[in-house]
Write a protein that binds this ligand. Structure first.
Ligand code: G3P
Length: 218
């Protein structure tokens, strides 16, 4: 299971990379805005900076909603760095753009996916990743993890190569649940990744080990 970090915050990306378990980064226009990144040149430089920090795929989202605009933006983003994955929304024009970019050898991440039917279209179009938003489904009383399970099963049954990238992960338990149903990737806030390391018995055990060492070694 791959871990991506879902942020455009450079400090958090560096901290996750330093852990040695990071496989990539996902961003979106909201996350870029949260960091105050605006203007084409700044946005481009920010993506390049992220690519220099991490080794894996970095999702950069298009703003256009028409086919021509999406492929123009997508080709420009992909040319920035070999690690860039073009993030395209799950809309009719987006499906066409994913198909086009895939045929050009450009990696894509189909975003804003909320149903297995949408994931089927993303896979048929050849998306590298499909991003179901589990937290936002949970927010409207729908089981987000169940959707991950359905998509994983569909991909396995039909042999689709599109990787299931669980997005809109809000907490550590979401990561565990996605792992249990076979998500290929979880893109997470740093806090959710760090939460995996926590256990009170680890803290108590370590405290005792160190105290016992001190007793005999001073
Ligand atoms: O990966 C998608 C993510 O950025 C959306 O998360 O918490 O806004 O639903 P959230």
């Amino acid at each position: 299971m791959k871990f991506f970090i879902d942020t455009a915050n450079i400090d958090q990306i560096k901290e996750a990379q330093d852990l040695g378990v990071l496989d990539g980064v996902t961003t979106n226009p909201s996350l870029m805005a949260k960091e105050g990144i605006s203007g084409e040149e700044n946005i481009i430089n920010h993506y390049k900076k992220i690519c220099e920090i991490v080794d894996g795929d970095v999702s950069a989202e298009v703003i256009s909603t028409d086919f021509e605009g999406m492929i123009k933006e997508g080709e420009k983003l992909a040319a920035l760095h070999p690690q860039i994955v073009v993030k395209i929304p799950m809309i009719k024009e987006g499906i066409k753009a994913i198909k086009y970019l895939t045929e050009k050898g450009i990696k894509t991440n189909c975003t804003l996916v909320f149903s297995v039917g949408q994931a089927l279209l993303a896979a048929k179009a050849g998306a590298t990743y499909v991003s179901p938003f589990i937290g936002r489904l949970d927010d409207v009383s729908t089981d987000g993890v169940e959707l991950i399970a359905q998509i994983v099963e569909m991909n396995s049954y039909y042999g689709f190569e599109t990787q299931v990238l669980a997005a809109s992960i809000r907490h550590t338990m979401h990561i565990i649940q996605c792992m249990e149903v076979g998500a290929d990737v979880a893109t997470c806030p740093l806090s959710a990744i760090l939460g995996l390391a926590n256990h009170p018995l680890t803290d108590i055990g370590l405290e005792k080990f160190l105290a016992d060492y001190k007793k005999v070694n001073g």
